[in-house]
Design a protein around this ligand. Sequence first.
Ligand code: FAD
Length: 387
Amino acid sequence: MNYDVVVVGGGPAGAIAARYAARNGSKTLLIEEHASIGSPVQCTGLISTKALKECELGEGDFVLAKMRGAFVYAPNGEEICVRGKDIKAYVIDRKIFDRALVEIAVDEGVDILLKTRFLDMDNEKISVMSNGEKKEISCDIIIGADGIQSSVGRAAGLPRCEKFLSGIQFEAPYIPKDTEYVEIFTGNEFAPGFFGWAVPFSGMARIGLAKNPGLPARYCLEKLLHHPVVASRYRGSRTEHVVGGIPIGPPRKTASDRVMLVGDAAGQVKPTSGGGIYMGAVCAKIAGEVAAKASRKECSLPEYERKWRSAVGRELDIGMRIHKSLGKLSDENLNEFIAFLNKPDIRELITEYGDMDHPSVLFGKLIMSGNKMQLARLLGITFKTLF
Ligand SMILES: Cc1cc2nc3c(=O)[nH]c(=O)nc-3n(C[C@H](O)[C@H](O)[C@H](O)COP(=O)(O)OP(=O)(O)OC[C@H]3O[C@@H](n4cnc5c(N)ncnc54)[C@H](O)[C@@H]3O)c2cc1C
């Protein structure tokens, strides 16, 4: 087997990178270790309308529900309603979504091998375990879209992400306050450093949380289920359990001579929400294009590093600083911060400028609207130098 570009990992980032490599003229192979695309699912499946456009998909049968905004709950129970002007996000079925992305890649000329696990690489080829048999594949460029553990990144000697959150979730019958609103729960008892959620669809919700490493995730989940709001809406029983890590803070290097990392493998995940599909799609397109050019010797791979960082690097950097500031807040400070966001003039700013993919825009507006000192007091000194 001989390819210009081999993409390892059939998740959203891998499917899009492979599509873009093939579209730009490369003979491209996508390999996936599982027997089918999209399983197991490790995701809440909440993506912005912009993310769907970025993936170049219309509203397919993977859309389970449409969201207009969110209710955010402070540890003391104060509720803030973040209202979008129109539909802001979709709740999707990741299995169907991932398969749709791979189908487009195949339609655009990508070859695919399932049950094929990347093992190692040298200067000319990669070795894989395919259907229980060890094989070698010659290729010029390797794109590691193999998720949080990235064995491609390890084999290429590339550094790991700055931080890993742990996530846990299940699906259950749930009566939300409003079927078009996501519910976000803050509190150090169940989600130290991050938050919990209930994302409704079809009489159900994906109920879960992400948090700093430390307390066991299952213990935190039980605590979340005792939150008075969750307890009043959760209707018992649990299916579709998910336990997974979320990498945040990209490593300082994501490309070597013939390897590029993309998506979770490169920590291209929003540190404020843990969402990785949008950023992964933006960067995967760049990776696919650069891979095709590099296999024709028209550029070298550091071009990928430059281009993706110029597209989303600043957003991820600011997001990481916001994550660190918010993550340090005690429950008392979280109450104060959410009370601050609940002021009518601030709520207007949130409605106008809130963008789940680019939270830096809203934080910039909050600071420019004369709230710099208050935010700096609440969120710490690093905040003064954010913008
Ligand atoms: C609890 C939880 C909730 C989340 N909720 C959201 C959300 O609501 N919205 C959002 O945008 N993001 C969410 N995320 C993050 C999102 O799931 C990831 O950012 C996204 O899946 C990353 O896509 P990817 O293609 O980079 O990697 P993945 O989707 O992880 O795909 C990697 C693929 O590589 C394959 N692979 C791995 N190793 C090998 C190997 N050696 N050989 C061959 N194949 C291999 C895997 O089988 C997998 O198919 C959530 C994550 C968690 C844990």
